[in-house]
Design a protein around this ligand. Structure first.
Ligand SMILES: [Zn+2]
Length: 364
């Protein structure tokens, strides 16, 4: 087994008037997701309820970007993922009808778990990168996501957020009047409320780059022997393409914020403010979340500390992004790789990450 290459990102994004994560309808009110957070205040802490966006909502947006880019690039992606429906081979009836050949492999008693996982990875890059759980009648085929996503929550330093309930009406007085009594039930004219939020949000994304394209179920039976082998993987050059796909899909997400619903009338005012990317090998290091304006410096200090603590074989490269207008307080003093646009930031991350991954996979 090779050594791992990992990348951890933290972002700060100024988002205004968004309804990215609705959780329930109470009568005619559509509510925004909320969570309780603990915030330092003076010599103590305070409990505050704030708007948040779930990791699930971010994952869904990310997976859709993966599927769209994969299709454009001729990388394999299954029909349901392509449609943005991430059932991921989780329903037997759908696999047996839509992908009969794959179903034969997954339902066979003669194929071990490792080879079943491989068959799914091979057939769909979204499921390779973002994991799946396939509950077959006699066995569960499981792959943990190579990508971890946190909740998006308001930065707690200075904690600035707003929550409003916006009044909306579908205006149809003529139709309402024409229907008379019937109009009471059909309600061509209706009143509803959508809760919208604004905040400086922060969230973190971790990617196990060298885990992409490689099986995670390693123990299997061969005749009377039990074997362990985690080296079964896709062709190295295909793995490099998929690592690039994983990073480019995240870049799409950060550029535009295609997260959650309500984009037809609540497309968020999405302004990336600052970010840090920490690329490490052979062990992962999670970047500091962007709650304080020194999160980039803190992440660099953490990586420097790790290098001293872990000795010679720990390597890291740090890349920062900052938009001075959107996130003026963020400190990038002494950071050599500081970029001032999201494409430039991701180009720099990709250059390092893909070089390291190529070395690991033995690809020139
Ligand atoms: Zn799929």
């Amino acid at each position: 087994m090779g050594m791992g290459v990992y990348v951890s990102f933290s972002f700060r994004v100024l988002v205004n008037a968004e309804a990215m994560n609705a959780v329930e309808s109470l009568g005619n009110i559509i509510r925004h997701r909320k969570a309780t957070v603990i915030v330092p205040r003076g010599n103590s802490h305070q409990v505050v309820t704030v708007p948040v966006v779930s990791g699930e909502a971010i994952r869904h947006g990310y997976q859709f970007e993966l599927a769209k880019l994969a299709k454009v690039r001729g990388i394999k992606v299954c029909k349901l993922c392509e449609q943005g429906e991430f059932v991921k081979h989780g329903i037997e009836d759908l696999i047996s009808k839509l992908e009969p050949d794959l179903y034969k492999t997954l339902s066979s008693d003669d194929v071990n778990l490792r080879d079943k996982e491989y068959a799914i990875i091979e057939s769909c890059a979204v499921e390779d990168i973002a994991g799946f759980l396939v509950p077959m009648r006699n066995v569960q085929i499981k792959r943990t996501s190579r990508v971890e996503v946190s909740y998006m929550i308001p930065a707690i330093d200075g904690l600035k957020y707003g929550l409003d309930t916006q009044f909306h009406v579908r205006h149809a007085p003529q139709a309402q009047q024409a229907l008379g009594q019937q109009g009471q039930a059909a309600q061509p004219q209706s009143i509803y409320y959508i809760e919208s939020a604004s905040a400086i949000y922060t969230f973190t994304v971790n990617i196990d780059l060298t885990g992409i394209g490689q099986v995670s179920n390693c123990i299997y039976r061969e005749g009377n022997d039990i074997k362990i082998d985690c080296n079964k993987a896709l062709d190295p050059s295909e793995r490099v393409r998929r690592v690039e796909l994983a990073l480019d899909a995240l870049a799409e997400l950060i550029k535009r914020g295609p997260i959650g619903g309500h984009h037809s009338s609540y497309s968020p005012h999405w302004l990336p403010g600052s970010a840090v990317a920490l690329i490490t090998r052979p062990i992962p290091t999670v970047a500091y979340p962007g709650h304080y304006t020194n999160f980039i410096i803190k992440t660099r200090d953490l990586a420097e500390g790790n290098r001293a603590l872990l000795g010679g074989n720990y390597a890291y490269v740090l890349v920062a992004f900052k938009d001075d207008k959107v996130d003026p307080g963020v400190d990038v003093q002494g950071i050599s790789e500081a970029k001032y646009s999201i494409p430039e930031f991701f180009m720099a991350v990709k250059e390092i990450a893909l070089n390291w991954v190529r070395e690991e996979f033995g690809v020139k």
